[in-house]
Design a protein around this ligand. Structure first.
Ligand SMILES: [Zn+2]
Length: 304
């Protein structure tokens, strides 16, 4: 938002990169931005994130998109919908209200299915005059390479722990400390708590001696969660505190991570391969359950 403020300020001057300018805070542009009604600013956020941030996302009207495909992958409202991108394109074609730049903030750039990303790519290929597109992402590796290659990259640090907690509390997130640990303070991700409850349930089921059930989560989320869980298991096995699953150290230590080092190495490789193809498994439910079985076996088998 700071970058957008410098671009929409009507008196700011300074660095050649206009998004680094300091807004004056007094001109009509700054006043409109502060009141949340600047006509030359558009936010492109997933509906769920917009709701949490108290913003109105472009095109969505704050509602989750009625997209059956997204629903089947458990991403309703967590992705930027193609209708939102189309609405942004229409808005970008019109002339600027204030006679200056038009600014579109897109976040997270990785929270887009291929059709929406391709629609946005067309804007970047032939950008309307005076449009400045600022996009953010915690996961550059998940951004369409053709999109990424048309952006000027500017690295930003993650929020520190205090800022991340403040942000989660402001949104009314339950168990903000646990969520901040789980996402390593990447609280502006489209769904920072994604996979946390699912992983806790796995640990609880294992601790209670039940066969863990891996249903109810998309394969990509399952893989990411199993990577975090396995990492914490190995940390606890080595006597270190858990990094992602705060407060579960005792359960994780009891759970063991007892397989030998070679078996764990193979498991890491399996997960890394699965992460690369998790968006396209032949049968999502079976794939997740197979990983759970493999993981359970690894935890319960004794080191040789
Ligand atoms: Zn200003």
């Amino acid at each position: 938002m700071q970058g957008a403020a410098g671009l929409l300020c009507e008196t700011a001057e300074g660095p050649p990169r206009p998004w680094q300018r300091q807004p004056c805070g007094r001109c009509p542009g700054c006043t409109l931005l502060r009141s949340g009604s600047h006509p030359d600013l558009r936010l492109l956020l997933p509906a769920a994130l917009a709701g949490e941030l108290g913003q109105r996302a472009a095109g969505s009207g704050g509602e989750a998109p009625p997209d059956g495909r997204a629903a089947s992958r458990g991403t309703v409202g967590r992705e930027i919908a193609i209708d939102q991108v189309r609405e942004l394109i229409d808005w970008a074609q019109a002339t600027s209200h204030r006679g200056g730049l038009k600014v579109a903030l897109v976040h997270p750039l990785d929270a887009m299915a291929a059709p929406a990303a391709n629609a946005l790519l067309k804007v970047l290929e032939e950008p309307p005059a005076g449009l400045c597109l600022l996009a953010g992402s915690h996961r550059l590796d998940r951004v369409l390479p053709t999109l990424r290659s048309r952006c000027l990259l500017q690295p930003w640090g993650r929020p520190d722990a205090a800022r991340a907690l403040d942000e989660l509390r402001r949104r009314g997130t339950e168990q903000p400390e646990a969520v901040a640990a789980w996402c390593r303070n990447a609280v502006f991700d489209s769904d920072p708590a994604r996979g946390l409850q699912w992983t806790r349930r796995l640990v609880e089921q294992m601790a209670a001696g039940q066969a863990p059930q891996g249903d109810g989560v998309a394969p990509a989320v399952a893989v990411e969660s199993l990577q975090k869980l396995s990492f914490d298991l190995l940390r606890c096995r080595a006597g270190l505190p858990a990094l992602y699953l705060q407060g579960l150290d005792d359960s994780l230590r009891r759970l063991g991570g007892q397989g030998d080092a070679g078996a764990w190495q193979q498991w890491w490789r399996r997960l890394a391969q699965a992460a690369a193809t998790a968006d396209f498994p032949l049968h999502a439910g079976l794939a997740v359950q197979a990983w759970i079985v493999e993981w359970t076996h690894l935890c319960t088998s004794r080191a040789k």
